[in-house]
Design a protein around this ligand. Sequence first.
Ligand code: SF4
Length: 370
Amino acid sequence: MAGLLSISEPNADSTTDLLNQPDPHTAAHTYSRDDIAQLFDLPLMDLLLKAQTIHREHFVANEIQISTLLSIKTGNCPEDCGYCSQSGHHRDTTKLQAEKRIEVDKVIAAAKRAKATGSSRFCMGAAWKHPSAKDMPYVVELIKEVKALGLETCMTLGMLDTNQATQLADAGLDYYNHNLDTSRSYYEQVVSTRSYDERLDTIENVRNSGINVCSGNIVGMGESRDDRIDWVHELLKMPKAPESIPVNLLVPIKGTPIGDKVLAEGQLSVLEWIRTIAVARICCPTSYVRLSAGRESLSDSEQALAFMAGANSFFYGDKLLTTGNASQSGDDRLMRELGLTKQFAAPRAPKVLPVMDAMSGHQSQVVLAD
Ligand code: SF4
């Protein structure tokens, strides 16, 4: 493709142009598909420098937002996502034991533990095609109870119609996760039980309800770099980029179609995942870019590169729904070594009470402590 940079054929002029490209947040500019492709092709150090520079223009340097994820209903999902152990379509080969919905008090106990260990957001995931009418009061209660603890709330429950999105917004849900997973053209290799447009419809319903959008991908499912470019381009085609963008590195699970294929054919280079993080950071400068699945298998140095690439969010806890995660003590040690600090949830606005002096009639305000 004309004008592309490659690592083997560096083009100093074009590299400089791209490094100096205006920040899309401060200039009327967005990245075209060709721009995104050129970012992917930058020499890695140039790409990391640009990503970290843009990151520091929009976020506090060295600060990481931490979420905890809990599966509130595990397994036997009617969807057939080819990477997922929770799909009922793969249960004979993954042998994953399905579980019923977790009781509200157990979810709240887990949320309290998450808060005590430094998470600012509590994410709840259910293996549903979409929540049923009888599930809605349950999820609404969870949102209200978890928010009452002073945590941000996030849910991933499958597809939502406009009415369901409004109900969740009215309950106070802060974020809704619905990943695009990959490009439109590779999507049919990943899922057959729902379409790319249905995914986009749910994201639009969430956006229109006022809930923040969390939508990411899974890198390393056998897709090409063109698919990763197309995925970033999809984010930029949305009226507003997602506030939260998880960039997962596939954890290949034995017994799933994609997991078995990747285990047989070999995994994608971690550096390509890091490039994807950096390009997402550059193209969506005000979004939180989250390290999600796949961190468990990474070295400290690889994770440090991912933070350098502009990732500023990750999940705490030994488990992500059904796959393993880096240990919390390991995360704390790594954060200390890298000099990273935890971002806590935004403080609630102080309660201000108008008061009037009974003698003088003078009016003033007092700020109440929590
Ligand atoms: S990724 Fe989600 S929707 Fe797909 S099978 Fe797994 S639980 Fe179901």
